[in-house]
Write a protein that binds this ligand. Structure first.
Ligand code: ATP
Ligand code: AMO
Length: 461
């Protein structure tokens, strides 16, 4: 059989060669009745193909057939590669395919939104105010079509790469991949944002994180573990960065001396992820930036670490009123992001030693000042992507802290008991995958980086 060529692999080196490609009809354009253009799209690449009437090979009927193809139909094209003198505007590949044969593999009905409309940048729409604007709900209602846009193909390939490097990096650092239950007896993070359900007559919850079981696995002597899986949060409000279900990338590890050992892993892991995205996903990043322009993320080979107190001081110096033992709100996190960028030239940094009062019950207080804790958050462009900490490994103290934080200790008794038979000092962190991709690409809404988002108003498709 004949070899298939990917649309993305079509370039000038194939000039005058016959190729076979499969893709979707992106657009068609008739010119007179002897010529038809059809742009064929495969993943993040498009190529212009043309059918011209030729006495020996291409009939009038053939050209008519090409012009009649509906957008989004899947076609096989056999044709010869040529290199035109002028720039090809409506396609990513700078070659043309002169069609010899074209088969329609699957014909598409008229789509509720067109890929062309769904692919326009804000700038294009602003320039020509009459162009249709596809709003977010319409996109999400027609997600299967919407995710065919080049930008979305880019976004979810970038997301795949983040998960891939996360796993590869941790395996190479001797972490063990685990899978913990998503049906659990009680809330793992405290707070109200938990989905409750009936578990065969017992009350249960959808896991708000793998927190309890990843720590228990450390007590079970795995040394270093990680997990990727769904995380459920019954968020009440509708924001640009909260979902009711997201993908958690979780890490837990023994530590010898200091929680900085956990931050060292965050540092190496994320620099590796960012480097890899910039090297391996160039075409995907371009596809995203074409529709949603953004500046590449500024980060350093060694990640900046600031203490919470230093952060508060920077905010105070900039005239922001702030409670030194309270949490940062969204606005002050953004502001601090700006200040850090101005002072240190990075948009990726770790803020550590948070006030104990604003952290979950399992967080280890600082040994030198119990108003603070051995904990950290990590930010991209002024928004949180990670929370992490050293954990309390002394069962009596853990139970005391849980109670003080208003948690019903009975619901987590098996968790607390697992620390009674010798528990190593340990710590870890949790990453929101959708947030990483959103913020790396400077996108303004987490629904853009969730394939089938679940938010307080949406549970379909
Ligand atoms: P985490 O799950 O780590 O808490 P987060 O980004 O929700 O992630 P928080 O520390 O809970 O971070 O909250 C930081 C700020 O974000 C809060 O002060 C609040 O302004 C805002 N915020 C948090 N959760 C919500 C929510 N569900 N709806 C609206 N705003 C929220
Ligand atoms: P936390 O609650 O901060 O920490 O969650 C960890 C990371 O998950 C992401 N995230 C979310 N993403 C989308 N929608 C949401 N509603 C949402 N909530 C959180 C954020 C956040 O930084 N057990 C701890 C982690 C640990 O200490 O190991 C935890 O769950 O990117």
């Amino acid at each position: 059989g004949r070899e298939w060529t990917e649309v993305g692999a079509l370039n000038g080196s194939l000039k005058d060669q016959e190729v076979l490609i499969r893709g979707r009809v992106h657009t068609t354009r008739p010119v007179g009745n002897k010529l038809a253009f059809v742009v064929v799209r495969e993943r993040v690449s498009t190529v212009q193909c043309l059918a011209t009437v030729k006495p020996d090979s291409v009939s009038k009927e053939m050209v008519r057939f090409v012009r009649s193809l509906s957008n989004e139909s899947i076609v096989d094209v056999i044709g010869v590669v040529s290199v035109p003198d002028v720039e090809i505007k409506g396609a990513t590949q700078q070659v043309e395919v002169q069609i010899k044969k074209l088969y329609c593999v699957s014909r598409a009905a008229k789509t509720p939104i067109t890929i062309e409309d769904a692919s326009r940048s804000e700038a294009e729409i602003e320039k020509a105010s009459k162009l249709p604007r596809v709003n977010q709900d319409t996109r999400l209602n027609n997600r299967v079509i919407d995710i065919r846009t080049l930008a979305n193909q880019g976004i979810f390939r970038i997301q795949s790469q983040v998960g891939n490097i996360f796993r590869q990096f941790l395996l190479s650092e001797n972490f063990v991949e685990i899978h913990t239950p998503k049906l659990i007896a009680g809330s793992s993070e405290g707070g109200s944002a938990v989905f409750r359900l009936d578990y065969k007559g017992q009350s249960a919850c959808l896991a708000q994180s793998p927190q309890l079981h990843k720590q228990m696995s450390i007590c079970g002597d795995f040394g270093r573990v990680f997990e990727t899986g769904p995380v459920f949060r019954a968020e009440d409000s509708y924001t640009h960065r909260h979902l009711c279900e997201f993908t958690g990338l979780d890490v837990e590890m023994e530590i010898k001396k200091h929680y900085s050992e956990v931050m060292d892993i965050v540092d190496c892991l994320f620099v590796t992820i960012f480097d890899s995205l910039n090297n391996v996903c160039k075409k995907e990043l371009e596809a995203v930036a074409k529709q949603y322009p953004f500046e590449p993320l500024k980060y350093k080979p060694k990640t900046l670490r600031l203490t919470f107190e230093e952060g508060v001081q920077m905010l105070k110096d900039a005239g922001v009123e702030i409670d030194p033992l309270g949490d940062l709100n969204t606005e002050s996190e953004r502001k601090l992001g700006q200040l850090v960028l101005e002072k240190y030239g990075t948009e990726f940094y770790i803020l550590h030693r948070y006030p104990l009062a604003v952290r979950p019950f399992y967080t280890m207080p600082c040994h030198d000042n119990s108003l603070y804790s051995n904990s950290f958050d990590v930010f991209i462009r002024g928004e949180e992507i990670i929370s992490g900490a050293q954990r309390i490994h002394i069962p009596e103290f853990l139970a005391e802290r849980a109670q003080a934080c208003g948690i019903d200790v009975k619901t987590i008794s098996t968790y607390i008991d697992s620390f009674r038979y010798g528990a190593p000092p340990h710590g870890g962190f949790g990453v929101g995958l959708e947030r990483v991709v959103m913020l790396f690409c400077g996108l303004n809404n987490i629904r853009k980086t969730s394939l089938y988002p679940r938010d307080p108003l949406r549970i379909a498709p």
